[in-house]
Structure formats: structure tokens, C-alpha cells
Design a protein around this ligand. Structure first.
Ligand code: C2E
Ligand code: CA
Ligand code: CA
Ligand code: CA
Length: 279
């Protein structure tokens, strides 16, 4: 039994070393990923439920690692924050997504709004507003075609400061949305002070919408709350026809999710637009 214990311990430490090694390796490689052109954006369509048409695309980052393959953001965004790399990576995401929207427009594919996720570190960075302004003029995108996705917890850190930044961003003419709405420590009292345009209902509430009365109740109250504050609502993580029907019947404005399309590489997103895919 003693031996077994020792073996199990050795196994455990070597597994831990492997994880630590992987982290070290990813850390080293991430510093180079941007320069090496290994970062990609995928685009997930956002569909207007009234017209059934694609009105926007959320930009979602991926890292094409030369040996480890495609690494999802869940495995490196946090690290990028810790290493202070999120600011240059975030600027790259902003520029790339905005250029893509301009390219789609030039190809006759219409005005496609691009939604970009901001991290907390980026949001509180000194020159965020200047960076966004530079991206707008540099790419030539119409400001209302850029949507910035923020989270509640990000803004609750320092509400006064956040409200100030949000107002400056609104001055630039961009759209602001709250991502994962309902999962942070939301404060309804603050919500009315944030000059935002959209709420994104988190997929955890959408998942069981047709099965769980509590989830349905939450979704319905978010829709009505949003509408009474004159905000639009997007439901995320819509995977089934039943979820879609429910959201449509209850006045949700937009949807996003595997039911319509997963996030796609730029070329596939372009094809989807060209073919005019709709609900
Ligand atoms: P998020 O902003 O909440 O993005 C939605 C996530 O749900 C995406 O995962 C998307 O692929 C996934 N998803 C979309 N439709 C469905 C569906 O129908 N069912 C299910 N189960 N999932 C769906 P992804 O791409 O792995 O991104 C994870 C998170 O990483 C994002 O969550 C966002 O917080 C962060 N992220 C992604 N790109 C960026 C970026 O450029 N900058 C920053 N700061 N964060 C990013
Ligand atoms: Ca998002
Ligand atoms: Ca989300
Ligand atoms: Ca999320």
C-alpha cells in the first residue's frame, strides 16, 4: 500500500509537471503568437428575429498553434491578461474585426456590425478611447457598425470610472452591449446609468428555456426589463428550434447560436453572407 501511494504520488507530480510545462510553453509561445500571425478571428452571425436576416457578427479569437493546433480563448485569454498581452492582442482584434466589416461592405455584402469582446484590463487601460478612435479612423468603419461587448462585473469594479468611459465611447458613436447578462453581480440600479444599447442574455438561461420555468421567467423578465429601458436583447447559445420559437414569440430581438451557425472562419462567414443565409 505504501508503494502504491508513492507511485500514485509520482504519477500525480509528473502530471502536474506536465501541466506546468504546458503552461510555461504556452506562455512563451503566446508572447510570439501575435507577431507570428497565429491569431485568427472567427465570426458568429447575429440574426434579427423579425426579419430573419444576419445583422452582425461576433468576433471570437482563436490561436492556431503550430504544434498544439487550435487553442480556444478559454485557454489563453486569462493568461494574456496576466502577461499584459491582452492590450496589444485586443487592439489587433479590434482592427481586424473592423477591417473585416469594411471589406464585407466593399464586397457588396451589406452593413454588417461586428461585435468585439473587451477584457477588463483593456477596458481600464488609459488610452482605450483613443485606441478605439484610431481604429475607427484607421479602418474607415462607420462607428455604429462597431459593437463593444462588456461584462457587468467589469463595470462594477469601479462604477463611476466605468460610467465615464462608457459615455466617452458613446460619444464616438459605437454601440455598447452587456455580455453574459444575469451572470455577474448585476445591479439594476446601475443599469440605468450605463449608456448601453444591448443586453446579451447568457446562454446558461437560454439552454433550458423550454424545460425550466425558472429559466423561462428569467429570460422573459430580462426581455421586458431591456425593452422598458429601450435596449435591444440578443439571446446567446440558441441551439434548438424550440428555443428559437420561444424567444421569437416572447419578443426577443436577436439570436446567436449553433442553431443558426457556429463561429466561422472569415471565408466561411463571407460565404454565408454571400449566399444570403437567413432564418
Ligand atoms: P462569450 O463572449 O460569451 O462568447 C460566446 C461563446 O459561446 C463562444 O465561445 C462561442 O463559440 C460559444 N457559443 C456560441 N454559440 C453557442 C451555442 O449555441 N451553444 C454553446 N454551447 N456555445 C455557443 P468561445 O469562442 O470559445 O469564446 C469563449 C469566451 O472567450 C467568450 O465568451 C469571450 O468571453 C472570450 N473571448 C473570445 N474572443 C475574445 C476576444 O477577442 N477578446 C476577449 N477579451 N475575450 C474573448
Ligand atoms: Ca461575447
Ligand atoms: Ca456571452
Ligand atoms: Ca462568456
Amino acid at each position: 500500500a505504501k508503494d502504491m501511494g508513492r507511485n500514485a504520488f509520482q504519477f500525480f507530480t509528473s502530471a502536474m509537471n506536465e501541466r506546468a510545462m504546458e503552461r510555461l510553453r504556452i506562455e512563451g509561445d503566446l508572447r510570439e503568437a501575435l507577431q507570428r500571425g497565429e491569431l485568427r478571428l472567427h465570426y458568429q452571425p447575429q440574426v434579427d428575429l423579425r426579419s430573419g436576416r444576419v445583422i452582425g457578427m461576433e468576433a471570437l479569437i482563436r490561436w492556431q498553434h503550430p504544434e498544439l493546433g487550435m487553442i480556444p480563448p478559454g485557454r489563453f485569454i486569462q493568461l494574456a491578461e496576466e502577461l499584459g498581452l491582452i492590450v496589444p492582442i485586443g487592439s489587433w482584434v479590434l482592427r481586424t474585426a473592423c477591417s473585416q466589416s469594411v471589406a464585407w461592405r466593399e464586397q457588396g455584402l451589406g452593413d454588417i456590425r461586428v461585435a468585439v469582446n473587451l477584457s477588463a484590463r483593456q477596458f481600464y487601460q488609459q488610452n482605450l478611447v483613443a485606441t478605439i478612435e484610431e481604429v475607427l479612423t484607421g479602418t474607415g468603419i462607420a462607428p455604429h457598425l462597431l459593437e463593444l461587448e462588456l461584462t457587468e462585473s467589469m463595470m462594477m469594479n469601479d462604477v463611476e470610472h466605468a460610467v465615464g468611459i462608457l459615455h466617452e465611447l458613446k460619444q464616438l458613436g459605437v454601440q455598447l452591449s452587456i455580455d453574459d447578462f444575469g451572470t455577474g453581480y448585476s445591479s439594476l440600479a446601475y443599469l440605468k446609468r450605463f449608456p448601453i444599447d444591448l443586453l446579451k442574455i447568457d446562454q446558461s438561461f437560454v439552454r433550458d428555456i423550454t424545460l425550466d420555468a425558472d429559466d423561462a421567467a428569467i429570460v422573459l423578465s430580462v426581455i421586458s426589463l431591456a425593452h422598458s429601458l429601450r435596449l435591444k436583447v440578443i439571446a446567446e447559445g440558441v441551439e434548438t428550434a424550440a428555443q428559437l420559437r420561444y424567444l421569437r414569440e416572447h419578443g426577443c430581438d436577436c439570436m446567436q447560436g449553433y442553431f443558426f451557425s457556429p463561429p466561422l472562419p472569415a471565408a466561411d462567414a463571407e460565404r454565408l453572407l454571400r449566399e444570403g443565409k437567413h432564418l
